[in-house]
Design a protein around this ligand. Sequence first.
Ligand code: HEC
Ligand code: HEC
Ligand code: HEC
Ligand code: HEC
Ligand code: HEC
Ligand code: HEC
Ligand code: HEC
Length: 485
Amino acid sequence: MLLLLAAHLCAPCHAAIVEQYQTTGMARSSGKLDFAIPPATLTDPASGALYRIGAGHRMEFERGPVRGSRILQWFLGSGNVGRSFLFSVDGILFQAPVSYYSAARKWDISPGYEGKRTIQLARAVEPGCLQCHASAAQPEGGVSCERCHGPGQEHARTAKPAAIVQPAKLPPPRRDAICAQCHLTGVARVATANRKEATFRPGDLLSDHLAVFVWDTPEAGGVDATSHYERLAASRCKQASGDQLWCGSCHDSHREPAPAAKAAFYRQRCQSCHTRQPCTQAPATSDCASCHMPKGASRGVDHVAFTDHSIPRRSRPAAAPAGARRALRPFLPAPAGPRETALGYAIAAVTEPAVRRQAFELLRQAPRDVAVMAQLAQFYDRMGQEEQAMALCEQIVAREPGHPAAAVNLGIYKIKRGQTAEAIALWQAALARNPAMTGARMNLAVALWRGGEREAALAALRQLLRFEPDHEPAIRLLRELGGSP
Ligand code: HEC
Ligand code: HEC
Ligand code: HEC
Ligand code: HEC
Ligand code: HEC
Ligand code: HEC
Ligand code: HEC
């Protein structure tokens, strides 16, 4: 802690803030695993796999004859609710199949890993996890001062206030964008084309970087919305006060109130506006949030607002009424282009079959960049229109050799047409960019084997099993070829 303070760029002049901030969930949202974690043994009911968390942050796994271990090196999540863990193989970061859940005080299968038949060790960590939980490409250090205040070198050198972003002094859309970069999920977030800067910087408009889509349903009065930002936008407080109300009206970004001080802390925030017309149902000294911002029944690490930020008069039923989705609308006050809209629908269609047709039509009409063509190729593939899918994949790899999805699928189309050498080259290019794609490496191994290249096939299988030791087809083929892992 002392070392941390001494090394901190802002500590020489803002020591109190730096020290306070270290205690928040945001500051501790990712880092090196350099502390003890509770030991555990657990079985995945779906696969029957056994996991053991032991000394030295070692995660052992075992399913039938398959066994091995990984060292958990980094964590994501402060542990206020739960923690995910990362390990690396050949310099690639992977998410662990087990996570720690704080409320239940136990290890369990990670979100998205439930119901699998085999042990899953080859899922590379999504860049999005690190964009929200860390401040650089490495999972260290949590959310830094600079994620909300912008680059601080110049200000730290000169101590000039003008050289740093003070969020509260920004015009409201730019102020709100700072929290929204991580607290606005929507149904789909699509990176806009032609961005001046690749990454969002405090002071920017979020709409210059992202189009965020939400469902345009009548029920959208808060029940449907999942992220804090969307829910707050659905509140009467926000709708009636406009720019005056924002995340900073109730939250101090640098500190969390102590449990015993919470009720008073938030009541004071409510009463900064609700002075003249006090609550007709409760005294002015009551815990306003306990009735008007109720909490969900149980909390997982599923990125759903737990405290109801739509600030209802009376608690609403928690479940969204079922009904067919009709349309997406852009959430941010900026029109979304045809490309972004088409990509938004394509993302929404993954979980909402009712908009698949519309997504397909919009993709067909959208300007064709690599992202649009890659989505369109997948639609054609699923519709069984292989010629169209193939033509698009050809165009994509011509622009971007080794494009993961396009190169892998194009290889499959080629092999079906007897063009083995082309398929092998495509898969090798994709794997050079993204070595952990187990499906592509399996295809490659089979193609090499059929082409009589036994040694190369064995090498590909061994490489695959380094990442994914419980890959059944790879184990089977390896045995058939007389090799050992
Ligand atoms: C060398 C001393 C020094 C360092 C280092 C320093 N600051 Fe400051 N900072 C100041 C001074 C002085 C002010 C003006 C205080 C005032 O006006 O009350 C200030 C003001 C600010 C403000 C308010 C600006 C405004 O417009 O009101 C922010 C935000 C801020 N600093 C953030 C940071 C962050 C983040 C870091 C680390 C990246 C940092 N500072 C490092 C000296 C420093
Ligand atoms: C770089 C991404 C990022 C930005 C920017 C960001 N947050 Fe967060 N915030 C997070 C993450 C991640 C968590 C969950 C931390 C955890 O517990 O692991 C979080 C948690 C919180 C919490 C729960 C308490 C806590 O500290 O864990 C509050 C309140 C909060 N954020 C408010 C804000 C406000 C207000 C802003 C804008 C001024 C903001 N956040 C900006 C990522 C961000
Ligand atoms: C768009 C930003 C965003 C992305 C992307 C994101 N998170 Fe989060 N995450 C948050 C925020 C904000 C919170 C806390 C509040 C909430 O639940 O909304 C959170 C909470 C968590 C928590 C619980 C932390 C606690 O409070 O103890 C874990 C664990 C977690 N995320 C892991 C992940 C993993 C793993 C990924 C990638 C698969 C991921 N997150 C992707 C923003 C994000
Ligand atoms: C999650 C976003 C967020 C993070 C992270 C964050 N700040 Fe701030 N900071 C804010 C906001 C919002 C304000 C404006 C508060 C206000 O004036 O209402 C602010 C204000 C300030 C100010 C000027 C007002 C004051 O309270 O003195 C300083 C100085 C400052 N921050 C320093 C830091 C330092 C140093 C860090 C890292 C240790 C940091 N901040 C991390 C959001 C953040
Ligand atoms: C920035 C000012 C502001 C803050 C802060 C604020 N509110 Fe409001 N709130 C309003 C306004 C304005 C209205 C609309 C009043 C009207 O319709 O006459 C409102 C309406 C409400 C309503 C009626 C909702 C409905 O559906 O009719 C409730 C309940 C409420 N607020 C509770 C709270 C609570 C609890 C807090 C603190 C956790 C809070 N407010 C914080 C400004 C605010
Ligand atoms: C009217 C007051 C108010 C406003 C405005 C507000 N919050 Fe909250 N927020 C709360 C209260 C109250 C809690 C519950 C705190 C607790 O019990 O520890 C909370 C909790 C949270 C949490 C912790 C996870 C959860 O769901 O309990 C996060 C993250 C958060 N708020 C983010 C935000 C963001 C981002 C914004 C702006 C879009 C925002 N809040 C605006 C009052 C507010
Ligand atoms: C015991 C639960 C409870 C507590 C605590 C509570 N309220 Fe209420 N409040 C209600 C209910 C229920 C209503 C709706 C009354 C109705 O619909 O006629 C209400 C109505 C309101 C309204 C709308 C008033 C109107 O006539 O339009 C506001 C604003 C409000 N509360 C603010 C607050 C504030 C601020 C606090 C904290 C000082 C608070 N409430 C504490 C239960 C509570």
